[in-house]
Design a protein around this ligand. Structure first.
Ligand code: GLU
Length: 287
C-alpha cells in the first residue's frame, strides 16, 4: 500500500490507516498476554476537583471483566489513597507532616477499596487487597507469600488490588511511587505485560502540554537511547510519579522480558480500544 498517495487522496483515511498500523504492535502485545498487571494513577482516579472518579472505576471494572472472560488474568495496582483521604476529610489537604499524610492514606485506602468493591461487584467479581512496602519485596519469605497469594486469588477469579502501605511506610522502606511498585509486582507474579495508565497518551519527545510539536514515541526499543532523546519534566498534579518513574518501571520489567505499555487511562474504553488497536500509547519492548 502506498501511504503517500493515500494521504494525498484523503487525509482522514490516511490517518486512520496510519494509526491502525502504528497500533498493531500495541494490540498484539495485549492480545498475546494472558497475565497483565495494570497500574492506575491518582490523576486517572480523581476528578479535577479531587473527588473520586467513580464513573471511571465502573467503566474500568467492566472492561477488566471483558478481558477476564476472554481468559486473561488481571492484577491491579491502584493509587489514589491520599487523594481519596483528602476528599473525605476535606480539611487535611494542606497538612504536610508525615503522620498526617499516613493518616490520610489510612482513611483514603478504605474509601478507595469501597469504590473498587462496588465497581467490581457489579461485574460479579470479588476483589482482594494487598498493601506492600519495599521491605516485602526484599524479604524472600514475604515475597514468596505475596506471590502465592496473588496466584491463589487470580486462579480463583478474584482481582487483587495492590497499593503501597502508605500508613506504615517511611523513607527507608518505601518504594515511593506506584510505577515502580507495579513493575516489582509484574516481576514477582511473572506477568506477561505491565500497563501503566496515566493522564498522558505515552512518552513524548517533549512536554506536550507546553510544546505543540512534541511527538508521541510509539515504540521504545532502547531505554538508554530514549533517555538521551527526551526531556523529562516534573511530576503531575495528584500523583507522585511523573515520566521518570514510568521509565524506571520499564527499565525494571523489560530486562525480565516483560513489555510495558504507557497509555492514557482517562480515554473512553481505553483497555478495549488498546486491544482492538484503536488507541495509541508507548510500548516498551521486552529485551
Ligand atoms: N500510594 C499513593 C496513594 O495511594 C500513590 C503513589 C503514586 O501516586 O505513585 O495515594
Amino acid at each position: 500500500m502506498n501511504l503517500k498517495n493515500l494521504r494525498r487522496d484523503n487525509d482522514k483515511n490516511f490517518y486512520s490507516v496510519y494509526y491502525k498500523i502504528m497500533n498493531e504492535n500495541i494490540s498484539k502485545a495485549l492480545k498475546e498476554s494472558r497475565k497483565i498487571v495494570i497500574k492506575i494513577g491518582s490523576n486517572t482516579l480523581a476528578k479535577a476537583d479531587g473527588t473520586q472518579n467513580t464513573e471511571f472505576m465502573a467503566s474500568f471494572a467492566e472492561q477488566c471483566a471483558k478481558l477476564i472472560k476472554e481468559g486473561k488474568q488481571i492484577v491491579l495496582v491502584s493509587s489514589g489513597a491520599q487523594v481519596a483521604g483528602v476528599s473525605t476529610t476535606k480539611e487535611w489537604a494542606r497538612k504536610k507532616d508525615v503522620h498526617y499524610r499516613q493518616a490520610l492514606c489510612s482513611i483514603g485506602q478504605v474509601e478507595l477499596m469501597h469504590q473498587w468493591r462496588k465497581a467490581f461487584q457489579t461485574q460479579g467479581i470479588h476483589i482482594g487487597q494487598l498493601l506492600l512496602t519495599k521491605d516485602d519485596f526484599e524479604n524472600e519469605h514475604r515475597s514468596l507469600n505475596i506471590r502465592n497469594t496473588l496466584f491463589t486469588l487470580v486462579d480463583e477469579g478474584v482481582v487483587p488490588i495492590i497499593n503501597e502501605n502508605d500508613s506504615v511506610s517511611f523513607d527507608e522502606i518505601k518504594i515511593g511511587d506506584n510505577d515502580n511498585l507495579s513493575a516489582l509486582t509484574a516481576i514477582l507474579w511473572s506477568a506477561d505485560l505491565l500497563i501503566l495508565f496515566s493522564d498522558i497518551d505515552g512518552i513524548y519527545s517533549d512536554n506536550p502540554k507546553t510544546n505543540k510539536d512534541a511527538k508521541l514515541i510509539e515504540t521504545v526499543k532502547s531505554i538508554p537511547d530514549l533517555r538521551k532523546s527526551i526531556t523529562i519534566g516534573d511530576t503531575n498534579s495528584f500523583g507522585t510519579g511523573g515520566i521518570e518513574t514510568k521509565i524506571q518501571a520499564a527499565e525494571k520489567t523489560t530486562v525480565y522480558g516483560i513489555p510495558m505499555l504507557l497509555a492514557n487511562g482517562s480515554k473512553e474504553n481505553v483497555l478495549v480500544n488498546l486491544e482492538n488497536g484503536n488507541s495509541n500509547a508507548t510500548l516498551f519492548l521486552a529485551e
